[in-house]
Design a protein around this ligand. Structure first.
Ligand SMILES: [Zn+2]
Length: 74
């Protein structure tokens, strides 16, 4: 008898997102990205400015909102 315990987890999986690096560039202006937005269709990266600018529009449809703007040293 092969009884493997399989728990049917209906909750959303926790997506481990890699940290944003200097190589990640804002999709709008090309500045270093500090915000990653995961959508059903793919993910977008934004600089702090454009992340904030698009937050109202994108956050309701975002699967995950990764905000690393606290890394910004101004
Ligand atoms: Zn930008």
């Amino acid at each position: 008898m092969d009884q493997t315990q399989q728990t049917q987890d209906t909750t959303e999986p926790v997506v481990e997102l890699p940290a944003l690096t200097a190589a990640d560039r804002c999709d709008i202006c090309g500045a270093q990205a500090f915000i990653r937005v995961v959508l059903a269709s793919g993910d977008l990266v934004f600089c702090g400015h454009h992340g904030t600018a698009n937050k109202e529009k994108l956050e309701p449809i975002a699967i995950s909102w990764q905000d690393e703007t606290d890394k910004l040293s101004s």
